[in-house]
Design a protein around this ligand. Sequence first.
Ligand SMILES: NC(=O)c1ccc[n+]([C@@H]2O[C@H](COP(=O)([O-])OP(=O)(O)OC[C@H]3O[C@@H](n4cnc5c(N)ncnc54)[C@H](O)[C@@H]3O)[C@@H](O)[C@H]2O)c1
Length: 343
Amino acid sequence: MDRVNVAVIGLGMGRGHARLYHECPQANLVALCDVDTTRLNAVGDEFNVTHRFTSAEELFQLPGLHAVSVALPNFLHAPMTVAALKAGLHVLCEKPLAMNAGEAEAMVAAAKAANRQLMVHFNTRFSVPSMWARQMVDAGVVGPVYFGRTGYNRSRGIPGRGWFAIKAKSGGGPIIDIGVHRLDLALWLMDHPRPVTVSAATYAYLGTELAARQGFEFDVEDLAAGFIRFKNGATLTLEASWAGNTNRAHDTFTMLLGTRGGINIYRDEATSATKVSVVQEVGGSLVELSPKEQIKPPTAQAAFVRAILEGKPNPAPGEHGLAVQRILDALYRSAAEGREVPV
Ligand SMILES: NC(=O)c1ccc[n+]([C@@H]2O[C@H](COP(=O)([O-])OP(=O)(O)OC[C@H]3O[C@@H](n4cnc5c(N)ncnc54)[C@H](O)[C@@H]3O)[C@@H](O)[C@H]2O)c1
């Protein structure tokens, strides 16, 4: 096999998956699936895909299909992924991997049982700043990380459509929607230390009011903040909000302090560009390193396809999605109980 035959299920964010498979020389985008036929036909026409399905069960019968992207609302990630794996397909699943750790565990187990790839679409990793930061970690420039802060706070940015703010369909609010990317990025750059406890709080003052004003359902948090302790002694603060009275529209940050150097990845509000630097002490002075070249990393889709072709583990395995989910479950539990809880 020199190319992977792939389909995309769910064509909101899934349109982006379709485009990246379309552009990937090692992938054939052979089919699309969405219950919304307007979306299905628009994306089908855009990428010239003739096999179009409104039922995933029918899609799974397509001869020669090897893999699917699952880009559905969160409550459908687990059932659709498990069904696809059971049908013998590799799966690239959108973030969050699932609604909770229980579902994520079942997905990881299903991938193992089927001997198929399960990758999480943690695309924040597949950016120039993130990949460069990872290179610095690999080069030993940072050393063991003992403290970090990571998060994404919006001034006003509640996804006011459909299912996002309905807990039974999303699993939670901003921490499960946008916080997952920042938590995953920090864990990945810290080499996944074992989490031990979480202390957290959630709030919904603004979200409840803004949703009522705009007339959509809202029963999740609009802000969550947590403090995570790891077995190796490291700690990490995590923040995510969809709404806050702040002058920064999209405040994304991941700052990690290591014994040899510190990483700072943040969004520059003036230019909207994501910046990255590593600070180290050299000869008694603090120096700041930043990438001179912009070497474009592979897309998550290209990395997924390559892992299938090479029969090697993919770079964002289901286990990493599960690790994030266990911390998020603990975060919600801690917020509900008002105390530090084990992960
Ligand atoms: N990685 C990222 O940067 C990123 C960005 C946005 C969204 N997402 C994730 O992508 C997923 C989808 O989000 P979205 O914004 O595209 O949502 P959306 O609601 O806009 O799109 C979901 C699509 O799934 C379709 N659908 C629903 N049930 C279906 C079924 N049973 N079979 C086939 N199609 C079905 C809907 O018709 C819709 O077109 C979510 O998990 C979200 O968290 C990730």
